[in-house]
Design a protein around this ligand. Structure first.
Ligand code: ADP
Ligand code: MG
Length: 356
């Protein structure tokens, strides 16, 4: 028997192989409408209600660094990233379970601060923390949140369902989280350097962080777009397909297109790049459009709508039409700001935990 490193098949290759092992159990329950493959699992609760369920694991040194992440923010983010997956189904969150694995030497006060952040976010989104599990950890802090939500069969939005001709829409701005991450990583390197040299903390770096508060906030304190789900509900809008942007626009549009069996064509010049991200990118001599396309962790919603529904979203200040769904054979294309059309399958993919 030969062994294959996970990095050879990547995160999504691994999930696909694992989903084959679990396919039989999923078939046992016909009320399971969506198993592995969407932002949430979906099952029928009664005739007029479906439950959506998601889980996300935050790992120290992989998802966050305690040198640059306040515990309160971390708790809030752990909730927001799950609410974002619930919103991606056009559903509202109900309950969450929180599991933590904590190094024994971590101060109790830090864990309490984490929970104050969790509680603050849960209250703001109107969901209840209903339980969890606690373990010690031999290496770093782990926070796992599982969350349920509800919607109706008519309102449910999946990654599949987009048709050629549909408009591709995105909420809010993109690139902010990656800009914030770059600033925080630079800050961390400076802090470590100064600690090594026994120097006092350099306030200039801090002042610069304040100048880019919006980018830092996008990274440390993303907000799930439950306001957009409220808007859809008020306007009776049901997207034909929807996903939240956690891995990056290119990767997540790719997931939506694959599940829908369609292609797409987006226009780079229409991307709503956070203005601050442009300034930060310039400082780092990088491209803010690349961050908007491949950066990830912006937690905005990406959805498709029939063209006939355009009027319903036209006046919304925080929704931008960035392209159109095509036939599958045409591929997933991007016309860049110079007018060149490229196949997104050949672009740098979004975040993959095991990519080399
Ligand atoms: P998201 O970014 O929306 O949270 P992921 O990319 O984490 O989604 O996961 C994609 C799909 O794969 C989801 O349906 C998720 O439930 C499923 N999945 C991810 N990891 C596992 C795993 N270890 N076992 C079973 N299903 C998984
Ligand atoms: Mg998601």
């Amino acid at each position: 028997m030969s062994f294959k490193p996970i990095s050879e098949i990547g995160e999504f290759g691994l999930i696909e192989r694992l989903s084959k092992i679990t396919a039989q159990s999923a078939r046992q329950r016909p009320e399971l409408l969506e198993g592995i493959g969407d932002d949430c699992a979906v099952w029928q609760l009664g005739e007029s209600e479906v439950q959506v369920v998601t889980t996300d694991l935050l790992t120290e040194h992989v998802h966050f660094d305690l040198l640059t992440t306040p515990m309160h923010h971390l708790g809030s983010k752990a909730i927001s990233v799950n609410v974002s997956d619930i919103c991606a189904m056009n559903a509202f969150p109900d309950y969450a379970l929180i599991s933590i694995a904590v190094p024994p030497k971590m101060p109790v006060e830090m864990v309490e601060e984490l929970y104050r952040g969790i509680e603050h976010a849960a209250s703001a989104y109107g969901l209840a923390i209903a339980g969890g599990d606690t373990s010690s950890s031999a290496s770093g802090l782990f926070i796992s949140v599982s969350m349920t939500g509800t919607t109706t069969p008519e309102l449910l939005a999946l990654r599949k369902g987009a048709s050629p001709g549909d408009l591709i829409c995105v909420t809010g701005t993109l690139g902010g989280s990656t800009a914030g991450l770059h600033l925080l990583q630079r800050e961390r390197a400076t802090m470590i350097e100064q600690m090594r040299n026994n120097e006092p903390y350099n306030k200039e770096v801090m002042a610069e962080l304040q100048e880019y508060a919006e980018a830092i906030r996008s990274h440390l304190l993303p907000e799930a777009r439950i306001d957009i789900i409220d808007f859809f509900s008020e306007e009776e809008i049901v997207p034909t397909a929807m996903i939240d942007i956690s891995d990056g626009l290119v990767a997540d549009l790719g997931h939506l297109c694959r599940r829908s069996g369609v292609g797409a064509h987006i226009d780079e010049s229409k991307l709503p790049v956070l203005p601050e991200a442009r300034a930060v990118a310039e400082e780092f001599q990088q491209d803010a459009f690349d961050w908007a396309l491949s950066g990830g962790e912006d937690y905005q919603l990406l959805f498709t709508l029939p063209k006939a529904d355009y009027d319903l979203i036209a006046a919304h200040r925080d929704i931008t039409v960035i392209g159109e769904i095509n036939e599958k054979e045409e591929g997933v294309l991007l016309t860049d700001i110079f007018g060149m059309t490229i196949d997104m399958a050949e672009m740098k993919r979004g975040f993959d935990h095991f990519a080399g």
